[in-house]
Design a protein around this ligand. Structure first.
Ligand code: IVH
Length: 708
């Protein structure tokens, strides 16, 4: 229906419309309304028909709101086929289409306390209430799943349907009947009700979803993408048995229709939304219950929304916002409906977790041990409350697997506290001007030819004296987990490095404080503070010094273990690979790197130089720290990673596991507790499945366990 060229220009137009670049529309508002209608129809097609959205939900909402605003100011511009004149469509051909008793509308969206304040004012205007009157609101989670409508007649569940296009839905009574939280019988007659239509949202608990995916993995099935699609897809299963296995839960959030035997409207008899929900609860339905709040005014409602936005990740269901509803049903009836949404309810949408933006450039960072990390520079974009300008691309494979090109429009995601990352490139939007990303063959800092040692995910600069590496090592050396030099930040190191004050780690301990005091922005006092912090750091225990040296693969835990086995750092000069075998949990790779480091004369000279400058190289009581994190979530467990990991390197994953108290092992046996599977996992996964005693996790699940 749309060519790639159309897609490109419509997306471009969407972006301009989002920026509110009115100068592009000299004939506004007619042209603007027409453009907005055109792009919204296009994005709806991409989303609902092709299942391939090219913009985020947030951006779609913004466009929709703009069109609504223009149409409100110029009602003559509303056409019957404007996207504002209908609710979205999820009808499928496989089911019988049935009409809803009353339309199943959408919700209007708001994004902050100010929007809610406007909503409150609009209700007062609509209902001719005094400005200073306080309206009571019920606030409840906006569940993110699939909507359903349930009809009860003479206390019996007689029909279940999806929302469909809001006027008609797909009949799915058989699937509704397998949802345990949907009562097959409910005593509406006790309230004089003969026929009622309940509205709600079908969802899956996050932990049930994860367990289900684990089971699927064990059976060799593809895991489901997310709880939302699994729930709404569950409603549309041909076979109710399959629907029954999805752990579906239905939350009821409103009574759409209720009538006595003579057809009289019974909803007003409940007086308030709060009361009607309480009655539904008593009749056996699942209602927001504990997660809702009756608020005495809009300020309290806004505060409750903000409170939930902060804790959304820890809630057992996925929610994409809150819904603020006028509590008084008489007031609801006065406010009424538009063709799109009730005027008495408002969704408070949480900040977007996904956004689209342009990949402008890729920069290559050189790490402290020479690992090259590609970093994408993006057109700045707001995402879940922060502006994202760059994201890590991890390694070359990450780029090739996603087939990322310079100039691509990319989908960026940030979930919870997770660092933002690129989900995919929107390939449909390419116009041919995009260029392939060429991974460098030489170090961007010192031009040494890059190498890729076996088992490493990243290309490496092997020149130990590479300027970029020296700088990164100095930054690592002073950092919190290493020598922890108070008040000595990364920017200071960079500045001193530029000025030639730091050329090696030893230079940190012989800084010219007079020179520093004379630098712009410094002065006597801060130079002296820095001096005393550095003097203090000289006495750090040797496990910190070992870690601060940036020996490849030598992490904090192994540094601690090593420290406990030596009296003086230079003792390590006499260690061979065999010496390491006696220390449990130190792998051959770390051993190899430590041996190599301490057999290099330059490093020994550096350490001796540091010692002569007063840095402690002798073991102290502080080094006798517990090597294993007994408080970690994985304490006492053995763990093995298999297959190709997507988010982190194997080594990084193993280090994370150790930090969480786990012990890495190399094979699947009866002793193995946890197997984390990446892509193309082979015999190890099969063996673990056959054992049946191993907990099997995806990489994401592993990370979420670490997050607690
Ligand atoms: S009230 C006439 N309350 O959000 C009443 N809707 O865009 C309109 N939703 O798919 C809906 N949780 O299924 C309402 N607590 C809640 C909700 C909720 C989720 C869904 C609803 C619809 C969408 C509205």
């Amino acid at each position: 229906m749309y060519s790639n060229k159309d897609k490109k220009s419509l997306t471009e137009l969407s972006k301009n419309l989002l920026k509110g670049d009115t100068s592009l529309f000299p004939e506004a508002p007619e042209k603007q309304a027409a453009d907005l209608q055109k792009v919204l129809v296009f994005h709806e097609h991409q989303y609902y028909v092709l299942n391939n959205p090219l913009i985020s939900d947030f951006e779609y909402d913004q466009l929709f709101k703009k069109l609504e605003a223009i149409e409100k100011a110029h009602p003559e511009l509303i056409s019957s086929d404007s996207p504002t004149q209908r609710v979205s469509n999820d009808l499928t051909e496989r089911f019988n289409t049935v009409p809803h008793t009353v339309p199943m509308l959408s919700l209007n969206n708001s994004y902050n306390a100010e929007d809610l304040k406007d909503f409150d004012e609009s209700i007062k205007k609509l209902c001719l209430l005094p400005e200073d009157m306080e309206i009571e609101y019920v606030v409840e989670p906006k569940f993110d799943g699939g909507s359903i409508a349930l009809i009860y007649e003479d206390d019996q569940l007689v029909r279940g349907a999806t929302r469909g296009n809001g006027v008609k839905g797909d009949e799915m009574t058989a699937n509704a009947r397998v949802i345990r939280s949907v009562p097959l019988k409910a005593e509406f007659s006790k309230h004089g009700i003969q026929k009622a239509e309940m509205r709600g949202e079908v969802v899956i608990r996050k932990d049930v979803f994860e367990k289900m995916n684990k089971e699927r993995l064990k059976k060799g099935l593809e895991p489901f993408a997310n709880p939302r699609n699994t729930a709404s897809g569950g409603l549309r299963m041909k076979d109710p048995k399959e629907a029954s296995q999805r752990g579906l839960v239905a939350f009821l959030y409103t009574i759409g229709y209720a009538a006595d035997k003579d057809g009289n409207d019974m909803i007003p008899s409940f007086r308030t939304h709060e009361k009607s929900m309480q009655v539904l609860g008593e009749l056996g339905f699942k209602v927001p219950g504990e997660s809702h709040k009756l608020c005495k005014n809009i300020e309290e409602a806004a505060a409750f929304c903000a409170e939930w936005e902060a804790k959304r990740e820890s809630y057992e269901y996925e929610i994409d916002g809150m819904v603020v509803k006028v509590n008084d049903i008489a007031l609801q009836e006065k406010a009424g409906f538009t063709s799109h949404h009730p005027r008495w309810a408002m969704a408070y949408k949480f900040k977007a977790k996904q956004a689209t933006t342009k990949l402008i450039n890729v920069e290559y960072q050189v790490g402290k041990v020479g690992a090259i990390t590609p970093v994408a520079k993006l057109e700045p974009v707001a995402l879940a409350g922060v502006t994202i300008r760059s994201v890590s691309l991890h390694n070359e494979e990450f780029i090739t697997e996603r087939d990322l090109h310079l100039g691509d429009t990319v989908l960026v995601e940030r979930a919870g506290d997770v660092i933002p990352y690129i989900v995919k490139a929107m390939k449909d939007l390419r116009d041919g001007s995009e260029t392939k990303i060429k991974f460098p063959t030489n170090c961007p800092s010192c031009d040494t030819v890059l190498a890729k040692p076996e088992g490493e995910a990243k290309w490496q600069c092997t020149n130990y004296d590479c300027e970029a590496q020296v700088l990164q090592r100095a930054i690592h050396h002073i950092s919190k987990d290493a020598m922890n030099i108070d008040g000595f930040g990364k920017s200071y190191v960079e500045r001193f490095y530029e000025l030639g004050l730091i050329k090696s780690l030893a230079d940190i301990y012989r800084l010219d404080y007079e020179k520093i005091a004379a630098l712009e922005g410094f002065g006597e006092k801060s130079a002296m503070n820095l001096k005393s912090a550095i003097e203090k750091a000289k006495q750090q225990p040797i496990h910190r010094l070992l870690y601060s040296l940036s020996v490849h693969h030598l992490g904090k835990k192994v540094s601690q273990m090593l420290a406990q086995n030596i009296d003086h750092v230079l003792d390590l000069q006499s260690w061979s690979l065999e010496t390491f075998i006696d220390i449990k949990d130190i792998g051959p790779k770390v051993a190899e790197n430590v041996v190599q480091f301490f057999s290099d004369e330059k490093n020994i000279a550096l350490l001796k130089e540091m010692e002569s400058l007063g840095v402690n190289l002798t073991q102290m009581d502080d080094d006798k720290v517990k090597a294993v994190n007994e408080d970690g979530p994985l304490f006492g467990k053995t763990i093995l990673f298999t297959g190709k990991l997507q988010i982190m390197g194997r080594k990084e994953a193993q280090e994370k596991a150790i930090a969480a108290g786990a012990q890495n092992v190399s094979s699947v046996s009866g002793n193995l507790n946890i197997l984390v599977v990446g892509e193309k996992a082979g015999s190890k996964l099969k063996k673990a499945q056959a054992l049946g005693t191993v907990e099997i996790y995806t990489e994401e699940e592993f990370l979420s366990i670490l997050d607690g």
